[in-house]
Design a protein around this ligand. Structure first.
Ligand SMILES: O=C(O)CCC(=O)C(=O)O
Ligand SMILES: [Mn+2]
Length: 205
């Protein structure tokens, strides 16, 4: 059967075309954001991230932990990561976000940037297992805690660019064809001296 998929354009799309990024604004109170931040900083089993660039292994100051319903294996920048069973507070946030936006997630990548010297380079989260085979759509919900940081999108085939600031407690959702058509980056800044934690909730197919 041939049927057309119709995805309505949300009103608050931050991208001009070829993808959807919705800004849900700040969804936590300042106290909640601070409590989650302190809890995660001190309680999560952080591991230094390692990346392979031009065949060489680099240990980054950025730290990561990955949670999931199952022990998914995730090959990323030349290394294999294994998901851990859910931590209570991460699970709690997953449920709040699912109720708020109406999408389901089965994994979460948590990143810790100790200060502005750490960021994440231009990339798209376009691995095949992150998108629905039928619609080719990906939904990634991204919650920020701690220092305000600059986050940018760049279209893969045009000069279009979108810059935003992500604040503590702010939720954005990248959906539709965003990962296929746009790259994103967390910019470095030597002016940022405080830590930031980012949780990206994802669905593995
Ligand atoms: O830290 C962020 O806001 C983005 C992280 C990110 O893009 C990722 O984990 O794929
Ligand atoms: Mn990403």
């Amino acid at each position: 059967m041939n049927f057309e998929l119709f995805t309505p354009e949300p009103e608050n799309n931050l991208l001009p075309y070829d993808g959807v990024v919705q800004d849900y604004g700040i969804i936590l109170t300042p106290t909640q954001s601070e409590q989650y931040l302190q809890h995660f900083l001190t309680q999560l089993p952080w591991q230094a991230d390692e990346v392979f660039l031009f065949g060489r292994r680099h240990i980054t100051e950025r730290k990561v932990v990955w949670y999931g319903d199952q022990q998914y294996g995730y090959a990323y920048s030349g290394t294999l990561k294994q998901a851990q069973p859910w931590e209570c507070a991460v699970w709690d946030l997953k449920q709040q976000i699912e109720a708020l936006i109406g999408d389901r997630f089965n994994s979460c990548l948590v990143n810790l940037y100790p200060d502005g010297t750490q960021g994440m380079g231009w990339h798209s989260d376009d691995e095949a297992h992150l998108s629905d085979q039928r619609t080719q759509e990906t939904v990634i919900a991204s919650l920020s805690l701690g220092a305000t940081r600059k986050f940018s999108f760049k279209h893969k085939n045009s000069a279009a660019k979108v810059d935003l600031c992500l604040h503590s407690g702010q939720l954005i959702v990248m959906r539709g064809q965003t990962q296929r058509n746009w790259r994103h980056t967390l910019r470095k800044s030597t002016r940022v001296l405080q830590p930031r934690i980012n949780l990206t909730f994802r669905y593995f197919f």
